[in-house]
Design a protein around this ligand. Sequence first.
Ligand code: SF4
Length: 312
Amino acid sequence: MIGKLQAETTSKLHANRRVGVLRFKHNKQRKGLMRIDEEAKIVYVRQSWLKDMLLCPERSRLSVIQPEFKTTNDSAAIGTAVHAGIEAVLNDSCSLADAHEVSLARFSEMEAEGVRHTNVEPSTWHRHVVGLTNAWVKDIYPYVPLGGQSEVKFVAPTGSSVNGYQLWFEGTMDYVTEQGIWDWKTSARKYSSLEKQTQDVQSSIYTYAGQTLGFIKGDKNLFNFGVMVRTSEPYGQILSVSRTKAHGEFVIKQAMSAVAYGFAMTDGTGIPTSNRWLINDQHYLCSERWCPWWSVCKGASISEPDNQLEVE
Ligand code: SF4
């Protein structure tokens, strides 16, 4: 059922359409960017792009004009590898016992392409990939309803428009059953239920899309995070947040504001100019370690000595 809906919706939308990214001269969409279909007058928003814009609009601009700075960091590579093992289990292409082998093979592919060291000691990378995959097998898999579908791509209309363009959401759901949507995360620490319930963007967008496309049933749905926590003894945490019509309405407003900002800051050309967008350093990812564009942004003004406390 889900596959049929997905295939129909996707084929109707993408047939013979010229698609650009902020009218930037690349046909292939870069992950995390707002995508514009000029002929259909549709702007597609992914949850990752919206989260980036809310965090630091300048980071979004730099990701378009200086993509060469963006590399895969160790935390992200570990997460991608663990996803591969989980997906193989859910697609019945490997057993639970072999899941960590699939994860390790995926990690080795990324290592060959280059993984940027941030805060995970490289000698522990493989151990984390195996440990986190096994944490999913042990602590999360037994609670996941079977019979669902993994890696479900979606595009969903919001019914709202910005600057004459319809706003649609797009993305990929890790796992869907009629009872709800699941997303797999790897994290250095346990998730906060209250923070996710009150502020999470992804669950609002995905639940809205799941309801709109008929993937899930009911007006009030649970969105489930299967979190694998990266400690010396990795473990799994299942955190479920509830999402209603109200959450869908709010996240559409939020996306509209970000898209309007994106249009305004491109002088109507769609191409980011050399003018900086809002520079927000008020979050923990604004650091030399976590922001790939640090050296051409905050790091160009503030160096380590400037950040030293004179009085402890
Ligand atoms: S260095 Fe900080 S302010 Fe600059 S782009 Fe990165 S996150 Fe944003």
